[in-house]
Write a protein that binds this ligand. Structure first.
Ligand SMILES: Nc1ncnc2c1ncn2[C@@H]1O[C@H](COP(=O)(O)OP(=O)(O)OP(=O)(O)O)[C@@H](O)[C@H]1O
Length: 268
C-alpha cells in the first residue's frame, strides 16, 4: 500500500520579507512571500526589474538573509549556503587559469567523494553538458554558451538537489540560448533536480517551467503562481502551441501592469 503522507516541500518560503537600508531610508524589497516548491519541480520567476527576484533567490541560496519570515530546505531553516544547492549566475565566474576539467573539479575540492568518484563525476557532467573533447580547454578558448555549460556542470557536479539559476542565459545570443534551454531541460529530466530559474524572457520562463511565478513590483510579492500544463518532454515546437500563446499573454499582461505601476511610482 502506498503511503498517503504528502512529502514536505523541498523549498519552503514562509512569510519572507527583506528590507534594505538605502541612504538612511528603509527600502522594502520583498514583503511577505509564501512559496512552496516541491521536489523536482522546475519553477521560473519573472517580474519587472528591481522587483526582488535575485534577492529571493539569494535568500533561498543562503547568500542573503530574510528580515522577516523563514526559508526552509527539506524542513531545515536555511543558515548560509550549502552543498544541497548549486548556483548558476549570468556571469560565468570561471577560473581563467584552469581548464574546463579543473574548473568543474574545483567544486569537489572540499567534498568527501573518493578520488575515483570525483573523476567519474567530472567526466559524467562534462559529457552531460556536451563538452566532451574540451576537457583541456581554457575558458578564453570557449564561446559564451560553452562557458555557461561549464558553469552548469560545476554547479551540478557535487550532486545538489536544488539548482538556483539567476538569468543564466541572459548574455547569450538567441540561437545559443535556445540550445541551452533544451540542454537544461534534458539535464533536469535526467538528473531530477529542483530548479528555481530567474529570467526576463517570458518565452524562456514558460518553455522551461512547471510553474511560472510573477512577482509584483516593490515591494516584491507574488502576483501570480501559474501552472504550465504543456506536455513533456518539450521541444521548440511548443512555442507555437495556442496554450503557450495564452500563458504568454497572461504573463505579459501581469508584467506590463507592474511596470506601469513602478513607473507611476517613480521606480522605473
Ligand atoms: N544589497 C542591497 N542594498 C540595497 N538595496 C538592494 C540590495 N540588493 C537589492 N537591493 C534593492 O532591492 C530591490 C530588489 O532587487 P533585486 O536585485 O532582487 O531585483 P531583481 O528583480 O532581481 O532585479 P533585476 O531584474 O533588475 O535583476 C531593488 O530595488 C534593489 O535596488
Amino acid at each position: 500500500m502506498t503511503s498517503a503522507k504528502t512529502a514536505a516541500p523541498t523549498i519552503s518560503v514562509d512569510g519572507v520579507g527583506r528590507n534594505f537600508t538605502v541612504s538612511g531610508q528603509t527600502l522594502v524589497a520583498i514583503e511577505k512571500i509564501d512559496l512552496d516548491i516541491q521536489q523536482n519541480e522546475f519553477v521560473s520567476i519573472v517580474g519587472t526589474s528591481g522587483c526582488g527576484k535575485s534577492t529571493l533567490l539569494n535568500m533561498i541560496g543562503g547568500l542573503d538573509e530574510p528580515t522577516s519570515g523563514e526559508i526552509r530546505i527539506e524542513g531545515k531553516p536555511v543558515d548560509g549556503p550549502g552543498r544541497d544547492r548549486g548556483f548558476v549566475f549570468q556571469t560565468y565566474s570561471l577560473f581563467e587559469w584552469m581548464t574546463v576539467e579543473k574548473n568543474i573539479r574545483f567544486a569537489l575540492e572540499k567534498s568527501s567523494f573518493a578520488r575515483a568518484e570525483k573523476d567519474e563525476l567530472v567526466a559524467h557532467f562534462i559529457q552531460a553538458v556536451g563538452l566532451s573533447g574540451f576537457e583541456k580547454a581554457y575558458p578564453k578558448q570557449l564561446s559564451g554558451g560553452m562557458k555557461q555549460r561549464v558553469a552548469i556542470a560545476r554547479a551540478l557536479v557535487y550532486k545538489p538537489s536544488i539548482l538556483l539559476m539567476d538569468e543564466p542565459f541572459g548574455a547569450l545570443d538567441a540561437q545559443t540560448r535556445g540550445m541551452m534551454q533544451e540542454l537544461l531541460l534534458k539535464i533536469w529530466e535526467d538528473h531530477k533536480v529542483t530548479v528555481v530559474f530567474i529570467t526576463h524572457d517570458v518565452d524562456e520562463a514558460i518553455f522551461l517551467a512547471d510553474r511560472v511565478i510573477v512577482l509584483a513590483s516593490r515591494p516584491g510579492r507574488i502576483k501570480k503562481d501559474m501552472r504550465i500544463e504543456l506536455d513533456r518532454p518539450r521541444s521548440y515546437e511548443v512555442l507555437t502551441d495556442p496554450k503557450f500563446a495564452a500563458y504568454k499573454r497572461e504573463v505579459l499582461t501581469d508584467i506590463r501592469e507592474e511596470t506601469l505601476k513602478a513607473l507611476s511610482a517613480g521606480q522605473g
